[in-house]
Design a protein around this ligand. Sequence first.
Ligand code: BGC
Length: 726
Amino acid sequence: MCMPVAYASAQLPVYLDDSAPIEERVEDAVGRMTLDEKIAICHAQSKFSTPGCPRLGIPELWFSDGPHGVRMEFTWDDWLHAGWTNDSCTALPALTCLASTFNPALAERYGKTVGEEARFRKKDVMLGPGVNIYRTPLSGRNFEYMGEDPFLASTMVVPYVKALQANGVAACLKHFALNNQEKDRDKVNVEVDERALNEIYLPAFKAAVEEAGVWTIMGSYNKYKGTFCSHNDTLINQILKKQWSFDGAMITDWGSAHDTREAALNGLDIEMGSWTNGLTWGVSSAYDNYYMAGPLKQLIKSGEIDEKVLDDKVRRILRLNFRTNMDRRRPFGSMHTPEHVAAALDVAREGIVLLKNEKAFLPLTPGNLKIAVIGENAVKKLSIGGGSSELKPRIEMSALQGIKEIFGDGVEFALGYASGEPNYSMEMPSPYDADSLSRAAVDLAAKADVVLFFGGLNKNYTQDCEGDDRRTYDLPFGQNELIERIVAVNPRTAVVITSGNAVAMPWLGRVPAVVQSWYLGSMGGRALAEVLSGAVNPSGKLPFTIARKLEDYPAHQGGDRTYPGVDGTVHYDEGIFVGYRWADKHKTKPQFAFGHGLSYTKFEYGNFASDRKAYAPGETIRLSLEVKNVGAVDGAETVQFYVSQAKPKLPRPVKELKAFAKRTVRSGETVTYDAEIPVDALAYYDDGLHSWVLDDDTFIIHAAAASDDIRRTLKIKVNNKNIAIK
Ligand code: BGC
């Protein structure tokens, strides 16, 4: 008779013994694996999984998008929704909204929510968050990123990643690096100077590696210095793995590997995609032909590539297993809990930005108001579309529903304009007649006490959607004309823009109020209605500059050379002067500046002090600022601390964000804000020396309500006689 074998802990092989240190388990496992088994874990076995090592009981790794919630299930190796019925999620607001909260505690709740739901859905790697810098408002994926400022993105990404990974689910930070446009994303070569790379485009990635200990990173589709980023020696081997000591796994974007030798030698660990280019349909069982499959095995067997190169990849992937699905102590996760829904609601509430509010037009007091709600975005399901960040939310409250719940029966709706169905590769025509939609909306507007226009972009192709960029800075679907017609019959019109990008606002002078709403996820409608009715006092601040016209963005200064590129190369000629750094340098007055956001109350800034007058490298500058709420309602204010250097040896931006703090201040109350700036954060990157440099100099610290609204300044001295280089 076959007796069951007792499986006492002492008899476990080291790699299965989770009391053993991870590195010992890794070494034990790698030593047991055959060449074929090692090769197998370096590439996909399906659209969203790798095979593990079945003989040794090392589990498959399951991946999911990201980054705003757990994406629905897909068929084994197609881009087809699998049609499961248990795969709906809590949709969090898009990352632009998270960034505009300027609230790291919310980033933590966000990461926790995504992590718990990912864990419950049996995912091991969540494909997100994204931290590419906002360079042009045309870029189709800005809504998935955290704005134009590296310090803001760095500060928000760290708690997100830590809280997500606390669930034993890896974050996969994307897209490394320089995915600042979607147009030609699969081939464009980015030429950017080393200083801008280090000061602007890499800091958020670096923070996620060094401060949050992110476990995986996804390469971008584009090239840097002529080599695809997913197997780029400079980016992966030199910077990521050597300088930042990243010990996790480097993963391709889906189909972003292009060469076996480069992939093997330049630091790629896992190749994902579909077939061999990530996009083509129709060939089956092609996984063996991946660059990191059969062809890699050939190069190793022929001796052209040392097996040690493969072993390094295998170690990184095993480490990922031990951190995720071979960690028996990881939590079980949870799905759509009240806390998850509350997190989605709170991020939306704090992220919405009040851009303009003449004569306190908002908030609208619920009562007998006849409100005309006009615009497709009042009813459109905005968690759908956009590409890989699409979601199947269990609930998604529309703006119209939220407004009806708060304002009651006096609310009437007209569509006003309409777009076509979302589609990832072509623009679909609207099925409706634009003239009759517009006429009906104008008629409704004329009869209303107040009009709330809900427009903006959506997640259709060439709007806020991956795979291509917007064609223009203007609002689509005839919205500008429609707004003008509405305002002509009813000037009491507030415009709510839903987008992940800045848009031109030619009608701005003719409307009393404008609200920047983002893709707000499951509870967006409630959050919007609460802000419009004053139940929530808005406190979001813009994470990017809204310029008056496209030409005011640095990416659009140099014709095709600077966007979208000429002969396959885009030149970031503006260097470090991105966003407000450009607006400051050229004194172009933005429509709405980085960091701008109004409140229903007013804050006065009082005493501003630093703990000392002079500092040495390695020390911390401690700041305090008194802020008084002089209005009638409670509110939250984000104070931004920007730093200027008196006489830098290299040109520097007029000022740069180095700290921020958000506090709730009750009406009539004065609150002391505290903030810290590490002295070393005042350094700049000297590309001549290939190093960070901190000058011996005077620095000016500004306490500001927005990048164009400095309220207080003070000076400090950094004594660095040795001109120490970090
Ligand atoms: C996107 C990634 C995404 C992947 C998997 C790619 O097209 O660029 O961000 O994670 O697909 O869906």
